[in-house]
Write a protein that binds this ligand. Structure first.
Ligand SMILES: Cc1cc2nc3c(=O)[nH]c(=O)nc-3n(C[C@H](O)[C@H](O)[C@H](O)COP(=O)(O)OP(=O)(O)OC[C@H]3O[C@@H](n4cnc5c(N)ncnc54)[C@H](O)[C@@H]3O)c2cc1C
Length: 421
């Protein structure tokens, strides 16, 4: 009889685990508490806007190797859209100045020697601050390494840090910026093309995965919450699935791919990093699709409330990360303020504010500060048949799609090794 692998949570970490495991032919069941999969990376129909929106804009980079491998496995590589060459357009909400950062093609960052490609008003020597980030100690914040002043800070390090780590540079763990730089900007232009889901997160990252799992005979049970986990003799022995006990043999494996605030309730002595800052998104239903100047669908906004404006189809969507300062403002106020910045970014003139939806994700990521990094647990636990996955586990990466998927692949690899020994 086949041993069973139970995956708790159908966010991207749980889905990646299941997608990878399907190739081994193991018996796999996924339990998802919500009525649909995707977790913090999902699409749904919004009745007010009468269209499908994402819970939040998600940016991928072409250098995200696990994301590309996952999309390849689920046959969805063509669901991403982005420029042919790396380009990051910005607009200053105060001065109205526009510029585009054009990382060069090669591995050597020659582009920083070209004033038309780098951040305006910066000098080549400013970019040496990247070296301090690469050599950061575990206790360093991003601000410890790059300071908090000057055009390069305001127009590059601050938006990059807040976007990648969802934390202001004064608190963000510098160690998390190292892999961001190493795996994207320092690998050349081919690795730092900004990519967004052409038809939304569900169509790119979730629905093709579910179709792949269905074809492989993997069961996904929606609206099914694992309430408690039973332990005995150093192993998981049972799951309480919505009040029904599922007994496990020691050869069965459990992959717990839930957020940290759930994980600590299921495994009482598990140490987890605390929740971090919210992310707020504003989606505007435009009367006609807008194409940003230059054709790149994502525009950075400096000096405003909005940080990034995504243009996709008839939607313009704003991201505000590290949003503790605005999350409690009324939605109408946030939408009104951001609309002026969207109109500026997309060159829509004085177009009237269209219908909008503000989505506040209060527990978007874990607190990505130097103090919390040591609290990220590894995939293997002290229980022989319990593995962990999720963007908050010890991936070495920020809490991102790439981190969630890598954690899922790692859990799948460990689970399949267990099944075969
Ligand atoms: C607004 C926002 C914007 C973001 N932007 C970006 C971005 O631009 N780029 C990027 O790379 N990343 C971004 N992220 C981060 C990214 O979404 C996450 O890192 C990733 O989705 C985490 O996936 P996960 O599987 O680890 O966790 P989750 O998505 O939280 O999945 C956990 C799943 O477990 C389920 N669950 C919980 N408890 C139980 C239970 N008891 N039983 C069964 N199931 C349970 C949940 O319902 C959920 O589906 C963003 C996140 C947010 C919220």
């Amino acid at each position: 009889m086949k041993h069973h692998i139970h995956i708790i949570g159908a966010g991207l970490a749980g889905l990646a685990t299941a997608v990878r495991l399907r190739a081994f032919g193991d018996a796999v069941t996924v339990y998802e508490a919500a009525p649909r999969a995707g977790g913090r990376c999902r699409s749904y129909h919004d009745p007010h806007l009468d269209c499908v929106i994402d819970n939040g804009n998600h940016l991928l980079m072409s250098g995200n190797t696990a994301a590309m491998a996952y999309l390849d496995e689920i046959g969805a590589l063509d669901t991403l859209a982005g420029p042919r060459e790396a380009a990051f357009p910005f607009v200053d909400a105060v001065s109205k100045a526009r510029w585009t950062v054009h990382p060069g093609k090669g591995m050597i960052p020659w582009w920083i020697f070209d004033s038309t490609r780098r951040v305006p008003d910066t000098h080549v020597s400013d970019y040496f601050s990247a070296a301090r980030l690469l050599m950061a100690r575990a206790r360093d914040t991003v601000a410890d390494c790059v300071g908090t002043s000057g055009p390069l800070y305001r127009n590059f390090w601050e938006p990059l840090t807040v976007g990648a780590i969802n934390t202001a540079p004064a608190r963000a763990a510098a160690a998390l910026m190292r892999p961001v730089l190493m795996e994207t900007f320092l690998r050349g232009g081919a690795a730092c093309r900004p990519l967004i889901a052409r038809h939304g997160l569900g169509a790119a990252l979730v629905d093709p995965a579910l179709a792949t799992l269905e074809r492989a005979g993997v069961t996904v049970r929606y609206g099914t919450r694992v309430k408690t986990i039973g332990f005995a003799n150093n192993a998981v022995t049972a799951l309480d699935v919505d009040g029904t006990e599922v007994a496990l043999s020691p050869q069965d494996t459990v992959v717990m791919a839930v957020p940290p605030w759930v994980a600590e309730t299921l495994v009482t002595d598990l140490k987890v990093p605390p929740a971090g800052e919210p992310i707020v998104n504003v989606h505007y239903r435009l009367p006609a699709p807008a194409v940003p100047p230059g054709g790149v669908r994502i525009v950075g906004v400096i000096g405003g409330l909005s940080q990034w404006v995504f243009a996709h189809g008839g939607l313009a969507s704003v991201t505000i990360s590290a949003a503790a300062g605005c999350v409690d403002q009324p939605a109408e106020d946030i939408a009104r303020t951001c609309w002026h910045e969207v109109a500026l970014a997309l060159e829509l003139g004085d177009a009237p504010e269209p219908p909008s939806r503000v989505v506040k994700e209060r527990r978007a990521t874990f607190a990505q500060t130097p103090e919390t990094l040591a609290l990220r647990p590894s995939a293997e636990t002290r229980w022989a048949n319990l593995l962990l996955a999720g963007d908050w586990t010890a991936t070495g990466l920020p809490a991102t799609i790439e981190g969630a998927l890598r954690s899922g692949f790692r859990a799948a690899s460990l689970a399949s090794q267990r099944q075969r020994h």
